[in-house]
Write a protein that binds this ligand. Structure first.
Ligand code: SF4
Length: 331
């Protein structure tokens, strides 16, 4: 505002129009006056993303590919659930991902770069503008490992809470297990929810499917999760992908229950959604419904709440990385 020779209070007005009122043009900022709006149009634009592609599923899940200012692409998903009246958006925190989980389509893209806080927040703003709907819940579960981009993720969370008006308790950060990131998030003292993508209760299996386990082993990881739950007094979520014959064995369900016995948590089981790797191979299979229910029952033995994830958008490519991979192949 100073550079444009405008009074400082204009900045706060514009901030409110963009984040709290989510307008898409300067013309909608009716308290600014026409000359100010014209000046702004000449030097600025609202938001930094373009919609590159949009898929809408029969259950109204909306999957977006957003183009970033440097031409790179990220994915976001908007979901509604029958038992909820509110909408949940899943956002990306990086372009690609360095963690390389073997069951994940994004893992096959490799790591390209971190997103800025602005690029993260803009995913939410763009989804709200395109869909005309208000988002109530946000999960950092799209492309990338949020806690390998911790500072920008924390900055984006502050904007979402303080400027967009989303409650901290409605924001979930999901990690593959980056211990320094968990500690950093704990120290920021934001009452956001933390989800750990555990996926296996034994080191051998976990090292195979979530390679970052070699750097951050299971024992210290569960300790840091417990510490997060105790310090923030928030119940954490354990995400666990069920891969037939790999992570769905009865002894693994029992080991899982024991492993998190002392952690204030719930367990969310995710039956695998078959994904092609970059060679077009399907690496894993989905367990039968019977195997899923058996696993659930055994995982409940130490008294934790265990749920099986309700899937959205299965008729589109709603699993993380799927649409992006197809889009890149088609180009
Ligand atoms: S599951 Fe998450 S952490 Fe693992 S490769 Fe995919 S995006 Fe990265």
């Amino acid at each position: 505002m100073q550079e444009l020779g405008l009074p400082k209070f204009r900045a706060a007005q514009i901030h409110t129009w963009i984040y709290a009122k989510n307008v898409s043009s300067f013309d909608e900022m009716t308290n600014l006056g026409a000359p100010v709006r014209e000046k702004l149009k000449q030097v600025a634009r609202i938001g930094c993303l373009e919609i590159a592609h949009l898929q809408v599923s029969r259950d109204e899940t909306r999957k977006y590919l957003f183009q970033l200012p440097d031409g790179k692409i990220v994915e976001s998903v908007l979901m509604s659930f029958n038992d909820r009246t509110t909408l949940t958006a899943c956002v990306s925190s990086q372009v690609g991902c360095a963690v390389g989980c073997t069951f994940c389509a994004t893992g096959y893209l490799g790591f390209k770069r971190n997103l800025t806080a602005q690029e993260i927040v803009d995913q939410i703003m763009m989804i709200q503008r395109e869909s005309g709907k208000r988002i109530a819940n946000i999960v950092y579960m799209g492309q990338g490992e949020p806690l390998l981009n911790t500072e920008e993720v924390i900055k984006s969370i502050h904007t979402l809470i303080e400027s967009v008006g989303i409650g901290a308790r409605h924001i979930t950060v999901s990690t593959s297990g980056v211990i320094p990131g968990i500690e950093r998030l704990r120290d920021e003292d934001l009452p956001v929810c933390l989800a750990l993508s555990l996926h296996a209760p034994d080191s051998k299996t976990r090292e195979e499917i979530v390679p970052i386990t070699k750097k951050y082993p299971l024992g210290p990881l569960i300790e840091s999760l417990k510490d997060y739950a105790d310090s923030t007094r928030r119940r954490v979520t354990i995400e666990y992908v069920l891969l037939a014959g790999v992570t769905d064995r009865p002894e693994q369900a029992k080991a899982l229950a024991e492993m998190v016995r002392d952690v204030h948590c719930m367990i969310n089981l995710i039956p695998f959604n078959p994904t092609e790797n970059n060679l077009g191979e399907i690496m894993y299979e989905r367990p039968s419904r019977e195997a899923q229910l058996k696993f659930k029952q055994l995982a409940e033995r130490t008294g934790k709440t265990v749920t099986i994830r309700l899937e959205r958008g299965t008729d589109i490519d709603a699993a993380c990385g799927q649409l992006h991979n197809k889009f890149l192949k088609a180009k």
